[in-house]
Design a protein around this ligand. Sequence first.
Ligand code: HSE
Length: 312
Amino acid sequence: MSETEKNRVVVRVPGTSANCGSGFDCIGLAATIYNDLDLTLLEDEKLIIESAGEGAELIPNDEKNIVWKSARLVLERAGFGEKFKGAIIRMENHIPISRGLGSSAAAIVAGLFAANEIINRPFSRNDILRFATEIEGHPDNVAPAIFGGFTVSVVDKGRVQTFSFLPKNKLKLVVAVPDFPLSTRTARQVLPKTVPMKDAIFNISRASMLIAALIKGKDNFLESAFDDALHQPYRKNLVPGMSEVFEAAKNAGALGVALSGAGPCLIAFSSEKKHIENEIATEMVQTFKKNDVQADALILNLDTRGAFVVNG
Ligand code: HSE
């Protein structure tokens, strides 16, 4: 094996949907849509970055590139910062950018995970989670990108604890992807600093119900479990037609529906055995259209493994 081949790895990282409605800033899931990163670490101070696929024209190809910044963090923390000063980064992206499907989390996790592989894994997935949370600022997208499945995360004085699990329910994920981006920053600016006690109780009860119903596989307890009073009501003006699309998805038989992350994607959950995901997708796209929003639909499954090495 040549020196270059030895310092090369290809990793695949899933897209993610944070919040799942009631689990604002703490629950997330990984979905079967992926970004691939082909990373070669170089001893020379040379940086070659090539992106293909979603948002390729928007991705910086210099030191500002988030994949490179993340890889650097791992190298520096492991004491390899002086050995590897450059890289060849090739990305093939399928996760839409700035739509609420965790494209930045996937880039961060890809950089951290790939660099860690090349230097023979000095860090565990939990270490990667800690670094990724440090970069992203919150764990609810990076956690499912690393572990797969549904994740519940708690941050306590900078320490992140994530519980990842696969639900007993067989779910299809229907995502309506509007044709406009929405930055998380903008979507957080519209949130209030404090919330009424009744809204806090509204969410605690539903988020708890969501986890219980998923662990036990009880679809009938999911009915109101995705509903939210802490962020979606304040964000609905940023996504024209959001309430109507929610209604349309539920009328078409969805078990629940939520804003995906900070939006603008909307995600509906449907029972696999009912085979109604195509109808739900059509209703969501058409209802967006009635509100002058062009949207595409993605029909996805839950990703069950998180980031992994494609070759290595
Ligand atoms: N929990 C975050 C939010 C996710 O809703 O603002 C952003 O990606």
